[in-house]
Write a protein that binds this ligand. Structure first.
Ligand code: B12
Length: 295
């Protein structure tokens, strides 16, 4: 469904509500919606309000408290009720709102101004634009020739840990978590006496690009902070993919260790940075990563 169609549906629903209100002289339709969402009455409820997000739509249930507990325990669309065999309008609108957020964060570009503000330098993979990023994951796993040159020019060689950031599949994951993940991560490594390389940003990156970077810089461990494929209701989630002495030809997926779900409602970024430092120390100690680290 494209944005135009979503907007048409939203407008139609709002018009219908307005009509009912005007014709009957009361606000019963709106009251019903906000009541079912257990929200304070508002003429046009904001779909981003917590009370709308956490609505219990099952009316007259025997056990509202249990439903509330279930609802609180997950972002999944449970206990939203129904209207006959269909979802309620409010549930559908929330679904569409979450869907748009997820789509937006995949398609959004990380701006050059943002990168400049962070003080990082930026390199590109072999991808030229977002469409190509989504259709050619293989090119997102390789650095462009320019990128290789810039990295060799600007980065410290042979670091113990090389930190790399990338937009991946969620621009918001990077921009929303950045301030709370990179500084504590650097502090954590520094206070453990670990020699860190020069952190930088890879535009249009895929996970495997970390292997080429590690090989190029001869790093002991590469920590890649990258935007995850967004889910419905969570579009700011970041992952950390960590690997010991990676090489393009030799590293396989099971050599990586991953922490996912890094965002304010999952593993908060500050907490994640402490976990990453611990894992990296273990990697350096055992001289391995991924499945072998757990054996
Ligand atoms: C897409 C996805 C997959 C796809 C990857 C296909 C692809 N080419 O993208 C498929 C279905 C193959 C997959 C398989 C697995 N996945 Co998966 N996957 C995801 C998902 C939904 C998104 C990942 C993402 O956005 N990556 C970022 C983009 C930019 O990366 P990319 O370069 O395009 O793709 C790479 C990564 O996705 C990576 N990857 C994907 N899953 C996993 C899991 C592990 C352990 C590792 C090391 C790497 C890895 O492999 C891709 C190729 O390099 C996450 C959930 C999440 N919220 O992150 C779970 C997630 C990362 N997967 C998970 C798991 C457990 C697995 C499997 C081990 C499941 C299994 N038992 O077989 C396998 C391992 C596959 C592997 N690569 O080694 C867990 C990891 C938990 C953890 N902390 O260890 C997650 C967090 C889901 C979860 N909540 O349980 N996965």
């Amino acid at each position: 469904m494209d944005n135009q169609q979503i907007e048409t549906i939203v407008q139609a629903v709002l018009n219908e509500i307005r009509e009912k209100t005007d014709n009957t002289g009361d606000n019963s339709a709106l009251t019903e919606i906000t009541k079912s969402a257990q929200c304070e009455y508002k003429k046009f409820p904001d779909l981003a309000d917590d009370c709308i997000k956490n609505q219990i739509g099952v009316i007259n249930s025997d056990n509202q408290d249990t439903l509330k507990e279930i609802r609180k325990s997950t972002l999944a669309r449970v206990a939203v009720g129904r209207s006959g065999p269909r979802p309620r309008t409010l549930t559908l609108l929330r679904f569409l709102a979450d869907h748009s957020l997820s789509r937006d964060t995949v398609f959004k570009e990380v701006s050059e101004e943002w990168v400049e503000k962070t003080g990082l330098f930026m390199v590109h993979t072999q991808i030229e634009n977002k469409d190509q990023y989504l259709t050619r994951p293989d090119l997102g796993r390789k650095l462009s020739d320019d990128a290789k040159k810039i990295i060799l020019e600007k980065c410290k060689k042979n670091p113990t840990v090389q930190i790399v950031l990338s937009d991946g599949l969620s621009t918001d994951a990077l921009t929303m978590n950045f301030d709370e993940i990179l500084p504590p991560l650097i502090n954590g490594f520094e206070s453990s006496g670990i020699n860190i390389g020069t952190p930088f940003f890879v535009k249009y990156g895929r996970v495997k690009v970390e292997d080429e970077i590690g090989e190029l810089l001869e790093a002991d461990v590469v920590v890649l902070l990258i935007g995850e494929r967004p889910g419905l209701g969570q579009s700011e989630s970041m992952s950390s993919y960590m690997v010991y002495r990676p090489t393009v030809a030799g590293t396989v997926e099971s050599d990586r260790t991953v922490i996912s779900n890094i965002h304010k409602l999952g593993t908060p970024p500050v907490e994640a940075s402490a976990v990453i430092v611990d894992i990296v120390k273990k990697m350096l100690n055992k001289k391995t990563s991924g499945i072998k680290l757990t054996q």
